[in-house]
Write a protein that binds this ligand. Structure first.
Ligand code: BGC
Length: 245
């Protein structure tokens, strides 16, 4: 069965029909740039454009880069504050005229990785962290998600961790891989101190360049692997969530 997945990110809104048996995109994804400011109206226009590109009609799963409870978007660290306390699931459903499921972006990526990717069959505590505009987290115990963990906003040296160790920080401050990897290592050590996971899965766009920085991360007890679905994990996880509703 195919279900549509959309991933709303800090730089792009990407989507495609997803083949749920294979856990992969059924067609090449379509992407539009995330508008700035990323207000609900302008982002929803972008989501509609992506869905319409495929002439899709049916269930749609949509990720959001913030806390989502019962379809309501609760926080908006890297998008317009107009999303705070918005019934995004309802508004998006009405605009698209289709059944919509909204969930946190890292949670969606995590669910996809635990089913089809680097976390498949892994028991115990597993943490997926996505590095991009922000840092997203998805916490699993024996394959079950604890939603909306928001570990990117842990305070580290008096600062919001994602401001220091996201890939946006790497770009904005023009950090070398070595310098950035040191920051990521400190962040992972802090998260490990709190949760002692047996596995870290590193997702987000940067997972495509894992060979550039994973070898530079040392002194972490847990196994560290790149996400296998790479930047499509959010789209796949969104479609999985929509299929479950
Ligand atoms: C948000 C998270 C999100 C992460 C990655 C953070 O700023 O608070 O909800 O998962 O960015 O987009």
């Amino acid at each position: 069965m195919n279900v549509f997945g959309v991933d709303i990110g800090g730089s792009g809104i990407k989507g495609a029909p997803v083949d749920l048996e294979r856990g992969d995109l059924a067609e090449p994804r379509h992407k539009v740039l995330t508008p700035h400011p990323a207000t609900p109206d302008s982002v929803i226009d972008g989501v509609k454009e992506v869905v319409d590109h495929f002439g899709w009609s049916g269930p749609v799963g949509i990720t959001f880069p913030g806390v989502v409870t019962d379809g309501i978007t609760r926080t908006a660290a890297n998008v317009d504050k107009g999303w705070v306390d918005l019934d995004a699931q309802k508004v998006l459903g009405e605009r698209l005229g289709m059944p919509v499921t909204v969930l946190n972006d890292a949670d969606a990526a995590g669910v996809a990785e635990m089913t089809f990717g680097a976390g498949a069959g892994r028991k115990g505590t597993v943490l997926l962290l996505t590095f991009g505009t922000g840092i997203g987290s998805a916490l699993f115990l024996d394959g079950r998600l604890v939603p909306n963990t928001e570990l990117g906003h842990l305070e580290l040296h008096g600062h919001d961790a994602e401001k220091n160790a996201s890939t946006k920080a790497k770009e904005d401050e023009d950090l070398s891989w070595e310098h950035w990897a040191k920051r990521v290592t400190k962040y992972l050590a802090h998260v490990e101190m709190l949760f002692s996971p047996s596995l870290f899965i590193i997702g987000g766009g940067v997972s495509r360049k894992a060979e550039k920085f994973l070898p530079l991360i040392e002194g972490i007890r847990a196994e560290i692997v790149p996400a296998q679905l790479q930047n499509n994990a959010g789209i796949v996880g969104a479609a999985m969530a929509a299929a479950k509703r």
